[in-house]
Design a protein around this ligand. Structure first.
Ligand code: BG6
Length: 490
């Protein structure tokens, strides 16, 4: 049975309160937490944005967003009435000093409550909002600030943002979001590795042949095409989500779940990543861009058509071969890939164990497949271990792989909360373990920047792939050269 401990009373100010993230993710997350009784007393949510919107009109747009984003039957009048009563609206252009009055008025006399500023805005506003909060005396000892990604577009810009925010908030008050860390299955990876003694002796070179991480999306870039064209898949997905997954798979056991214990171990992995340069850029990185194709039988446009024919070398797909230079992972490649307009929304981590050293079974038309542990992140969250088994029946040995399959949904029989529900509650409770520390973000950018520079220097090719396929041919040959194959097959 889930344990829903209420948060202390709070004021949560969402900058960018009329934006897509607030309406599609944050307010539905708060709606569910209200439903489970975790938001109590006089806690309030204050949406702040540049727009001049009356509170009632804002409430209407929230109600509409909830009705269209919640699964059928989950909108309940009573629950909405509870949330609605807590929502306020303040017009605030963060860059205009005289524009903070409404917010100051709403927060007046409430310094004793937990105060969270959630910046669901463009990163160029992170510094000005932090400064505005400071200049208007709105930062209290129990204040926290939440920064949404992208945190800059390279090492240098991330450093500048961190400096600007760091002048107003202490590091332990800054919560940098990577929503993948709030996903239940990502956290289950910690449980799998560190609450079971079975895996640890095998979790290393010698037993593991290689690791694969796939984060595939069937969606294209949608309404974000202009933004996305300046960013690309490497910055949008690899620098944060995929690097975090690599860290959780590869890190040593932290001594506890204390936030700095976990983050200290993650950063060691980032620092052990072999820098990509020269020949490695050519052989260990693949960029792709989708052209028109079909997904689930429906025709979809190519990326350049979505850009109205504008020329672009922005990648919508990336595959990388990573080497981690430490004792545990020496010569054990980690392959990662992510892309838009792939056949399905499908994310998983595959731990591929080594082949048996010698087969005692007579060759009878079957192959002994090496064991594979698959951690399915989405959809159908779960863990699957493939083992070889004998087919029942007399006469000889016919072996085939079978799966020991654990579906979390079936095992626990509860609704899977969205990552934002957990992350918001962790911020309100003051637990930064699931958020990125400054040095982590900067170490990840440092490693990614070398790839971007390498791509520019070598004019690295952007291979085209058909929407609905598993990406460009180069991603398949990158593994093929090492005798490996993507799972699911590319
Ligand atoms: C975001 C990216 O961080 O993650 C998006 O900016 C991407 O481009 C999204 O679609 C994927 O998240 P999820 O939770 O749907 O896998």
């Amino acid at each position: 049975m889930a344990n829903f401990v209420p948060a202390d009373e709070f004021d949560l100010v969402i900058f960018g309160g009329t934006g897509d993230l607030a309406l599609r993710k944050l307010l539905p997350a708060l709606y569910h937490r209200v439903g489970d009784g975790q938001i109590t007393g006089d806690s309030r949510i204050i949406a702040a944005s540049r727009r001049d919107v009356a509170r009632d009109d804002y409430l209407q747009s929230v109600e509409q967003a909830l009705r269209s984003n919640l699964p059928d039957g989950e909108f309940r009048e009573e629950q909405w009435a509870n949330l609605r009563g807590r929502i306020h609206y303040a017009r605030c252009d963060a860059t205009t000093p005289e524009d903070w009055g409404a917010l100051v008025g709403l927060l007046d006399g409430r310094d004793h409550l937990v105060r969270v500023a959630y910046l669901a805005t463009a990163p160029r506003l992170f510094g000005p909002v932090a400064q505005g909060l400071s200049q208007n005396g709105l930062i209290t000892p129990s204040s926290r600030i939440v920064l949404e990604k992208p945190l800059g577009r390279d090492f240098e810009s991330a450093g500048k943002i961190n400096d600007q925010v760091g002048r107003c908030f202490a590091e332990n008050q800054i919560y940098r979001i990577d929503h993948y860390l709030g996903k239940e299955t990502v956290q289950n990876l910690l449980a799998l590795r560190f609450a079971n003694s079975l895996f640890e002796p095998l979790w290393r070179r010698g037993a593991i042949d290689h690791v694969q991480i796939t984060v595939a999306e069937d969606l294209g870039v949608g309404g974000r095409v202009e933004f996305y064209d300046r960013i690309g898949a490497l910055r949008d997905m690899v620098q944060n989500h995929l690097m975090q997954l690599v860290c959780l798979v590869a890190m040593e056991a932290p001594s506890s779940l204390h936030h700095d214990s976990v983050r200290d171990e993650k950063i060691k992995v980032l620092r052990a990543l072999r820098p990509m340069k020269g020949e490695q850029i050519r052989s260990n990185t693949v960029r792709g861009q989708y052209r028109a194709g079909a997904i689930n039988g429906e025709a979809v446009k190519g990326y350049l058509e979505e850009l109205d024919g504008k020329a672009s070398k922005t990648e919508t797909f990336v595959a990388l071969k990573l080497e981690i230079d430490n004792w545990r992972w020496s010569n054990t490649p980690f392959y990662v890939r992510t892309g838009k307009r792939l056949p399905a929304k499908h994310s998983e981590i595959v731990i591929q164990f080594q082949d048996v050293p010698h087969s005692i079974f007579p060759e009878q038309g079957f192959e002994i497949q090496s064991n594979r542990l698959t951690i399915r992140l989405q959809p159908d969250e779960g863990v699957e271990l493939s083992v070889m088994a004998k087919e029942p029946g007399p006469g000889g040995f016919e072996l085939r792989p079978v799966a020991l399959d654990l579906s979390f949904e079936e095992a626990f029989d509860i609704r899977y909360p969205d990552a934002y529900e957990r992350l918001l509650m962790e911020v309100l409770r003051g637990n930064p373990a699931l958020f990125m520390r400054r040095d982590e973000v900067e170490a990840a950018w440092y490693w990614i920047d070398a790839i971007i520079a390498g791509w520019e220097e070598t004019n690295h090719k952007v291979e085209s792939y058909v929407a609905g396929s598993w990406g460009p041919a180069g991603a398949v040959s990158m593994l093929d050269r090492n005798g490996h194959t993507w799972q699911p097959e590319g």
